[in-house]
Design a protein around this ligand. Structure first.
Ligand SMILES: N[C@@H](CCC(=O)N[C@@H](CS)C(=O)NCC(=O)O)C(=O)O
Length: 308
């Protein structure tokens, strides 16, 4: 398993910590924080978000899908034991889509941004700010005062879930814990100058310490060229027969694009080779990687037919 990521990425921290929880050995490739990402594009064909999981010539986009893959490959300990799967997934999705932007608007208020980027050259900071603004479709981040009030409310709700139990949905951790954790991790680990917001919710800080203790599993560093070569040397895993649930009215074999429905909507184009209940798979070829399968979750992604 190869994770394409960078150290300060919260969504990557979610996956690194699941590697630790499941005691997985993995290979690490660091990618740039902003576009262009010349060594990632031959693998994903356009998808630019962080992280991306590669297993040979199979490329998995979005951490919701990556978590499904990890659960399948390393079922114990499970990410779903704590509660009914629908509840676990829905709480995880709330954290990834609603808690995360609020927490990051708080984390990147001027004092936090200065702490994270104070040592970076000014032009790098400018490029980063412009890249993220473009990802938000040109919009500004939520104002810090509003984000602070909302983050406090979210932390109180999280704290209330932790009353009388060690993890959010019981005494074992589940996917929701990892999804909530990555936002709180950024506050504690990356902007400690403003982590006083956790003082009102000590249960959350204790839980974060329990989560951090899972560590990152066994990590080996490889180069981007090694990862590209690994794709070239492999064939995509054969797809099962049960690969087609049509919702769009076009058959397998159609040339399509798939793109996130918000924040970072760069599309990947390819031939639709699977459309299951939960995921879409595109086949594409690149001179550097040969044929790869790029997999996306259905949830949060828009598929369009490429006009001939
Ligand atoms: N829904 C995506 C969200 C991933 C995401 O937004 N990642 C951030 C970094 S934590 C990102 O891609 N930032 C821009 C970049 O790295 O290019 C997932 O679950 O993987």
């Amino acid at each position: 398993m190869i994770l394409h990521h960078y150290p300060t990425s919260p969504f990557a921290e979610k996956i690194r910590l699941i590697f630790g929880y499941k005691n997985i050995t993995w290979q690490s490739v660091h990618i740039p924080m902003v576009m262009p990402k010349p060594d990632l594009m031959p693998l994903t064909g356009g998808y630019r978000k962080t992280p991306v999981l590669q297993i040979g010539a199979d490329i998995y986009c979005d951490t919701a899908l990556v978590c499904d893959v990890l659960e399948h490959m390393a079922p114990a300990p499970s990410l779903y034991n704590a509660a009914p799967k629908g509840l676990v997934r829905s709480l995880a999705q709330w954290a990834d889509t609603l808690l995360f932007p609020v927490a990051m608007a708080y984390n990147f208020q001027p004092k936090g941004a200065q702490h994270v980027m104070g040592t970076m050259p000014e032009d790098v900071v400018k490029v980063f700010a412009a890249d993220r603004q473009a990802m938000r479709g040109g919009g500004a981040r939520m104002p810090a005062a509003d984000a602070t009030a909302m983050y406090k409310s979210h932390l109180r709700r999280i704290s209330s879930m932790l009353e009388g139990q060690s993890f959010l949905l019981g005494d074992t951790p589940c996917l929701a814990d990892f999804s909530v954790y990555h936002s709180v991790w950024f506050t504690i680990a990356k902007v400690p100058v403003i982590d006083g917001i956790l003082e009102a919710t000590p249960l959350v800080r204790d839980w974060a310490n329990r989560m951090a203790a899972f560590g990152h599993g066994k990590e080996h560093t490889i180069t981007a060229a090694d990862a590209i070569q690994a794709a070239k040397n492999a064939q995509p895993v054969p797809l099962t027969d049960d690969v087609f649930q049509d919702e769009h009215g076009f058959p397998l074999g159609t040339q399509v694009t798939v793109a996130a429905d918000s924040f970072g909507t760069e599309p990947t184009a390819g031939k639709l080779v699977a459309a299951t209940r939960t995921r879409l798979t595109l086949e594409r070829s690149d001179p550097l990687t040969g044929t790869v399968h790029v997999h996306f979750p259905r949830m949060g992604f828009i598929m369009k037919k490429v006009d001939a």
